[in-house]
Design a protein around this ligand. Structure first.
Ligand SMILES: C[S@@+](CC[C@H](N)C(=O)[O-])C[C@H]1O[C@@H](n2cnc3c(N)ncnc32)[C@H](O)[C@@H]1O
Length: 282
């Protein structure tokens, strides 16, 4: 099949180097077709005639928006509501215990971070699940930070609006948690959505702008795109921003590798911070 813009070995190396340097994403050889499909659209929109000229343009004249568009095109954003459901069951038990333990404290604070939140289904699942299981949380200082490197997915997530196909496979109880719009789409109710703050954040950036500590961090199916040293670095940093005894939830095919020193495995892809570190976290 003839392709509009052929991808030379040199073009592919340049793309790989750039996306690794910016986002920590390691593209394997198997990703060539994906790269051609995703970036051809960008090359065409810029009215350029090859990947070579696109890469020259990015290096010499590219704006911050051009660089962001390059990254957005190469991220994989697959997600869904209640993905890897057992994490949410664990979270409900953990937060229930934590609420009992903090009941006598004046500060009823709960902080959760969804790192690599894509189009928002993960942080909204956290909010919907916890509020329906533990309604007392409405009176708590409860906030979810949801971040992603990709500005396009963050914009979609902030709208809290999805096609109704997102409900496929969900139980009637879960389906009822969403508002139904007159155009057939579904929306996360405003009172739930308001708990979630979406921000663009590259996990490679140092230092991260937030202090923490977080009681739980979801970083699921994000580090699979990183190489081992980068995974170790990110998981190590997540350990440092978790509250002592807090939990880290990772994707079904992931492990912490060399980043696991500060954690103990407590369930399937669920890790607890061993840290006794100072409360004024990273
Ligand atoms: C497959 S989605 C996972 C979404 C969700 N966590 C889940 O498990 O359903 C991976 C997300 O990681 C984001 N990502 C990749 N590299 C990143 C980086 N360096 N910093 C922050 N987010 C990144 C991508 O933009 C993408 O939205």
């Amino acid at each position: 099949m003839e392709v509009e813009f052929p991808l030379s070995e040199r073009d592919f190396s340049r793309i790989r180097e750039r996306v690794y340097a910016v986002a920590g994403i390691s593209l394997s050889d198997a990703k060539r077709t994906l790269v051609v499909a995703r970036l051809s659209k960008v090359v065409r929109a810029l009215r350029l005639n090859s990947f070579d000229s696109y890469l020259d343009y990015l290096e010499r004249h590219g704006t911050a928006d051009d660089s962001q568009e390059f990254v957005n095109a190469l991220t994989t954003n697959l997600t869904r509501f209640w993905r890897e459901d057992h994490h949410f069951a664990h979270l409900v038990d953990y937060v229930g215990d934590l609420m009992k333990a903090r009941a006598s404290q004046s500060s009823k604070r709960l902080r959760i971070w969804s790192a690599g939140c894509s189009t928002g289904q993960e942080p909204y699942t956290i909010a919907l699940t916890l509020l329906s299981a533990l309604p007392e949380l409405k009176r708590w200082d409860f906030k979810i930070l949801a971040t992603d490197i990709d500005t396009a997915v963050i914009a979609k997530a902030a709208s809290a609006t999805y096609p109704d196909s997102e409900l496929n496979g969900l139980s009637p109880e879960r389906t009822r948690l969403f508002d139904k719009l007159s155009d057939g789409r579904i929306k996360v109710p405003a009172a739930v959505a308001s708990l979630v703050s979406f921000k663009q954040l590259n996990l490679m950036s140092t230092p991260w702008p937030m202090k923490g500590p977080f009681d739980a961090v979801f970083c699921r199916n994000v580090a699979i795109y990183f190489d081992k040293p980068t995974q170790a670095q990110v998981f190590g940093r997540l350990g440092a921003i978790l509250a002592p005894g807090g939990f880290l939830y990772i994707g079904h095919s992931e492990n912490l590798g060399a980043g696991g020193a500060g954690f103990r495995l407590v369930g399937k892809t669920i890790y607890q911070s061993r840290s006794e570190r100072a409360k004024d976290a990273a």
